[in-house]
Design a protein. Structure first.
Ligand code: HAM
Length: 426
């Protein structure tokens, strides 16, 4: 068949040959989050565009260039979510979650959409596993989140030397403006040597010149002012305490002065986990504190922080390092019907076994017994159940172990019990 239609650029189909690997990573994320006291939240695929303008910032690439926006029939401006944090904060305020408990640990798994230049590890529809802690200003919250992240990557089987936690602080609304100005002035002093994008950034988002990937820009900004002398007392103390707690928890990190992040809501702590084997798009996850966002979106002042982990990139690393991914699921049983008269009884048997909890497959395309046997072998089922004239007459089935080739006859009335003692329930 020649396809006429293709998945849109930057999107991909998650086919049955790999969907179990996705489920595995997702279930690990759920398990880890729930062990840490998070509860799942699911927010809509689209939101009012204004939520992201206010939340993420109009000068960010994500909002200014990359949002998929549209209007509904009521002329409302809507956007496919380009990230998960602003929607979670919107839901937190809208449903008064703070009234249920002043500390909320929330996690999610969500697709998100950015109209980006597509390359390895960068798509237009991608998926994030996210976690948000709303309601704690304490560095213990930052440390707990970072420790959970490292634990998560470790449980997935990524070796320690394949990923690196990068940590920085961005200060707050009090102390950052002076730092921003200093970096802006530094950029102006070196204007002609900066790339075109950085020259543009200098006016609206000067801190972003620090994380430019262009080698000449990197060489220049190596000497850019660093934030530490600009930090106000509370921000400096927060960062020092965080580092001391991380040390006590034995969470290794590197201080990365360039880590400014591409979203406007961050305050104080910012971090990314960078991984080998991902090429230019080497951030496995990113996040930080956003102590001003709840208020900015109309709630009471509430400190918060969180992380978003790229699911596609996590899978890329797992494949790269050869981490133990589960095998594709296979049926417990495959029923082979010998002759037309066995077809309906075969389907009835399949139904009763499925309802009893066994993953049971059979041919429903009318193939010959020989072809069905081939299917049974290819299916990787544990047992083939053979149903022919003799078995029908005697109310039995011939059960063949597809590995050992041993075969025995079992009464249909005893089949479930026979299988129960030999197969784990799926
Ligand atoms: P972000 O850094 O924009 O942060 O995205 C988080 C992660 O999503 C990245 O580290 C990367 O692994 C993955 N990612 C981002 N863009 C793409 C893309 N186009 N294709 C594939 N993967 C991608 C956020 O979105 C924040 N909401 C994270 C956060 C949560 N901060 C606080 N709470």
């Amino acid at each position: 068949m020649r396809p006429k239609y293709f998945a849109p650029k930057g999107t991909e189909d998650i086919l049955p040959s790999v969907s179990h690997e996705w489920r595995f990573v997702e279930s690990q994320w759920r398990a880890v989050c729930e062990r840490y006291g998070y509860r799942e939240i699911r927010t809509p695929i689209y939101e009012e565009t204004e939520l992201f303008r206010r939340g993420v910032g109009t000068e960010t690439d994500i909002v200014s260039k990359e949002m998929f926006t549209f209007r509904d029939r009521g002329e409302r401006d809507l956007a496919l979510k380009p990230e998960g944090t602003a929607p979670v904060v919107r839901a937190y305020i809208e449903h008064g979650l703070y009234a249920q408990s002043p500390l909320q640990r929330l996690y999610y798994i969500t697709p998100f959409f950015r109209d980006e230049d597509v390359q390895k590890g960068r798509y237009r529809q991608a998926h994030q596993m996210g976690a948000e802690i709303i309601g704690s200003a304490e560095p213990y919250a930052d440390a707990e989140l970072l420790s959970m992240l490292v634990y998560f990557f470790r449980t997935l089987g990524i070796p320690e030397d394949w990923f690196e936690l990068h940590l920085n602080t961005m200060g707050c609304a009090e102390c950052r403006p002076a730092y921003r100005e200093a970096v802006q002035q530094f950029g102006r002093d070196h204007f002609d040597q900066l790339c075109e994008t950085c020259q543009h950034r200098l006016e609206h988002n000067p801190l972003r010149i620090l994380d430019c990937k262009v080698p000449t820009c990197r060489a220049i900004t190596e000497n850019a002012p660093r934030i530490d002398p600009f930090l106000c007392e509370p921000c400096r103390t927060h960062f020092e305490r965080l580092q001391a707690i991380l040390k006590a928890l034995e969470v290794a990190y590197v201080r990365d002065y360039r880590l400014v992040r591409g979203l406007d809501y961050y305050t104080r702590t910012t971090f990314e986990v960078l991984a080998k084997g991902l090429g230019a798009q080497n951030a496995l996850c990113g996040g930080g504190r956003y102590d001003g966002l709840v208020e900015q979106l109309g709630g009471n002042p509430t400190p918060a922080l969180g992380v978003g982990i790229g699911l596609e990139r996590t899978l890329m690393v797992l494949r790269e390092v050869g981490a133990p991914l589960p095998e594709a699921p296979h049926p417990d049983l495959f029923i082979v019907a010998f002759g037309d008269s066995a077809r309906l009884p075969a389907l009835q048997l399949a139904e009763s076994l499925r309802h009893a909890g066994f993953a049971t497959d059979l041919d429903i395309t009318g193939r010959s017994p020989k072809a069905q046997m081939r299917l049974a072998n290819d299916s990787r089922a544990t047992y083939a159940l053979l149903l022919g004239e003799d078995e029908l007459a005697n109310q039995t089935v011939s059960v063949r172990n597809l590995q050992t080739r041993e075969q025995e006859t079992v009464a249909q009335s005893e089949l479930t019990e026979w299988l129960n003692t030999r197969l784990p329930r799926s």
